[in-house]
Design a protein around this ligand. Structure first.
Ligand code: 2HA
Ligand code: ZN
Length: 279
């Protein structure tokens, strides 16, 4: 049976769409940002021969918990701007080897390209999210402008940062009731930043990297893109509010609780001011 063209697959089309959107929003300048997409073997089999390994790529950390798993990933040093016109050069399909210390390239990443430099953060986050949500498939990193700006002007305390975002758009609490996490500033691309991000990902699907950007995770592209988009919108509103002279009135904690009740979500308790006293 002749293999179908992988460029026609839903997963490649989704990757092109999301990287193009991230670029068009100005959230991934130059080679900024990276995305990884966990795929099922039955999804890729119509398009490629999974027994044909193009080359092996070593890794500097142990991903054996993900052995044999397939991921569509963006390439290191590649520009999201270019993914749409040259997918095979800018993204690739990889499989984690049994030993968890190397990858097998099955498609793409042409001309000796390698997966994103943030692979430790991505794979460690997949391991972490899968331990709390077996449906998790996407990890996405970008340099969302207003969130990034907020990491200079706002307290880097998870509770206060989350509360500000929740109160900038009514939808926020409904979209990320668990809030956002924040790690310390760390060198990108390292196992250390991967471990810190993955640890936080057990609690929240959004993790802020101060003075750098944001990580999101979830079950599909729409969920994760929507999460980042919603938090970024709140940060944008915050920027306008600050430039208009600051907060005069805002959504109260009591109203946040009413919202949670109406939409059937459970907000992170310790991020609200004594909810018991309020009700
Ligand atoms: O891949 O965004 O964090 C480029 C980056 C590194
Ligand atoms: Zn980055």
């Amino acid at each position: 049976m002749k293999a179908k063209d992988i460029l026609e697959s839903i997963f490649v089309k989704e990757m092109i769409e999301v990287t193009t959107n991230l670029y068009n929003h100005g959230w991934d300048e130059r080679n900024g940002g990276n995305v990884s997409y966990l795929l099922k073997e039955e999804e890729v089999i119509p398009y490629i021969n999974v027994n044909k390994v193009i080359r092996e790529i070593p890794m500097q950390f142990d991903a054996s918990e993900l052995a044999t798993k397939l991921f569509l990933v963006t390439g290191s040093g590649k520009y999201f701007k270019n993914v749409e016109n040259a997918p095979a050069k800018n993204i690739g399909l990889i499989r984690i080897k049994e030993d968890g210390m190397s990858l097998e390239l099955l498609w793409g990443l042409e001309d000796e390209a390698v997966p994103t430099s943030e692979l430790p953060s991505h794979l460690m986050t997949h391991i972490s999210r899968l331990s709390v949500d077996p449906n998790n498939r996407i990890v996405m990193h970008c340099h969302a402008s207003h969130l990034l700006a907020m990491t200079y002007s706002h307290d880097l305390d998870e509770k206060s940062f989350t509360r500000t975002l929740w109160k900038m758009c009514t939808e926020c609490l409904v979209v990320f009731p668990e809030g956002v996490s924040i790690i310390p500033w760390l060198v990108p691309g390292t196992n250390e930043i991967g471990e810190a991000t993955a640890e936080k990902m057990k609690e929240t699907r959004l993790v802020v990297w101060p003075h750098h950007g944001i990580y999101g995770a979830g079950k599909d592209m729409d969920e994760v893109y929507g999460l980042i988009e919603t938090a970024e919108k709140a940060a944008e509103v915050y920027t306008y509010v600050q430039s208009q002279g600051g907060i005069k009135q805002t959504i109260t904690d009591e109203q946040l609780l009413d919202l949670a009740e109406a939409f059937g979500v459970v907000p992170r308790k310790e991020f609200l001011e004594s909810p018991i006293a309020l009700h």
